[in-house]
Design a protein around this ligand. Structure first.
Ligand code: DX5
Ligand code: ZN
Length: 220
């Protein structure tokens, strides 16, 4: 399967959002990753659902929306209306995870379950067949620019084992501290999708970084 790059707009220059969207449209990246934070599940506030709508208006690629919020079940319809194609909810934020997963599917979106660094992926065993993505957090969620947690490599293997054992078709997405040094090893250890913010947007040639990241699997 081809590997996917999902740049996180959290690190983009939001004063020039349209320009950033156009840059990503022209780049080899695959999805737009949008980080929604509520100041309760994580200690930061980022964007609301409307931000997704503004980006969707000009984006030519799928909207990969990562909800770092409590009670995500209350906002499913709103994110659908704002153009989300994929909705990721956190395992740690869902009391009725099974119900929330099926509610997202009912609205015609793909569904991902995100796990914080301390959450073992074995806890997903009873829902792994029902989801499209496992979103492995390789930093504690809430901020861009954090240091990659190397335990993620083992977690990738555990996730891959679980997916195979349960005959699931879920793809594995890694989010946080992804850079050109760890990208190829992450792909090699089973990641299908890499989210990257700082590495892409802090560079003066983001398209080149995306190209390098995208080709890091084939090259190594
Ligand atoms: C962290 C977010 C990430 C973040 C990634 O809570 O979920 O998507 O924007 O940013 P970098 O790549 O800078 O770690
Ligand atoms: Zn994210």
């Amino acid at each position: 399967m081809k590997k996917i790059i999902a740049p996180s707009l959290l690190s983009a220059d939001l004063a020039f959002l349209y320009r950033e969207i156009e840059m990503l449209n022209e780049s080899e990246s695959d999805w737009f990753h949008i980080d929604i934070m509520d100041s309760s599940f994580v200690s930061n506030i980022s964007f609301g659902a409307l931000f997704t709508k503004y980006v969707k208006k000009y984006a030519s690629k799928p909207m990969d929306v990562h909800l770092m919020i409590l009670h995500p079940e209350l906002y499913i319809e709103q994110f659908k209306e704002c153009g989300a194609d994929h909705l990721h909810i956190h395992y740690e934020a869902c009391i009725h995870l099974n119900r929330t997963i099926f509610s997202i599917k009912k609205y015609g979106m793909k569904v991902g379950v995100a796990v914080n660094p301390h959450t073992p992926v074995i806890l997903l065993k009873d829902i792994i067949k029902d989801i499209d993505f496992v979103l492995i957090m390789s930093v504690n969620p809430g901020f861009s620019g954090q240091k990659f947690i190397s335990q993620t490599y083992q977690k990738l293997k555990d996730t891959k084992d679980l997916i195979l054992k349960k005959d699931s078709s879920a793809l594995i997405e890694v989010d946080g501290g992804v850079n050109l040094e760890n990208a190829s090893l992450l792909f090699k250890n089973g990641a299908d999708i890499l989210v990257a913010g700082t590495t892409i947007f802090s560079n003066s040639n983001p398209k080149k970084i995306i190209h390098k990241m995208k080709s890091s699997f084939e090259n190594k």
